[in-house]
Design a protein. Structure first.
Length: 121
């Protein structure tokens, strides 16, 4: 994750990051397993209570808050990709229009030569 120098020692944060990732993976796997078990069990009239309980038992420590931040970063990168795609499309359209203008200028020059406009011969 990151290395920081403080005087004569180095602090390595990668182990802490790995532990957080493992916790998140375990939580996701537990939620997935609980949702699968709910799907296989009988639907019943009170099945929504089970989903409420499983969703409320997720820990609210720093790792869950960081996962929210990670999701926001994912959304930002997705927005950047969409923006880059739009810029590429706009650039292509501008190039097409520029080519069309160039071709029209060439046509005008040919018409001017045929009509002897613009030349003093």
């Amino acid at each position: 994750m990151g290395l920081f120098k403080k005087k004569d020692r180095i602090i390595d944060l990668t182990e802490h990051y790995r532990k957080q990732q493992e916790k998140e993976a375990e939580i996701k796997q537990d939620l997935k397993e609980s949702s699968e078990s709910q799907e296989t069990s009988s639907g019943g009239a009170l099945s929504f209570l089970g989903s409420m309980v499983s969703s409320s038992t997720t820990p609210t420590d720093t790792s869950s808050r960081e996962s929210e931040y990670l999701d926001v970063a994912g959304e930002v990168s997705e927005k950047r990709k969409k923006l880059a795609k739009r810029f590429m499309e706009m650039t292509e359209k501008l190039e097409d229009l520029s080519n069309q203008i160039y071709h029209l200028q060439q046509r005008l020059e040919v018409i001017e030569k045929k009509l002897n406009i613009g030349s003093f011969s």
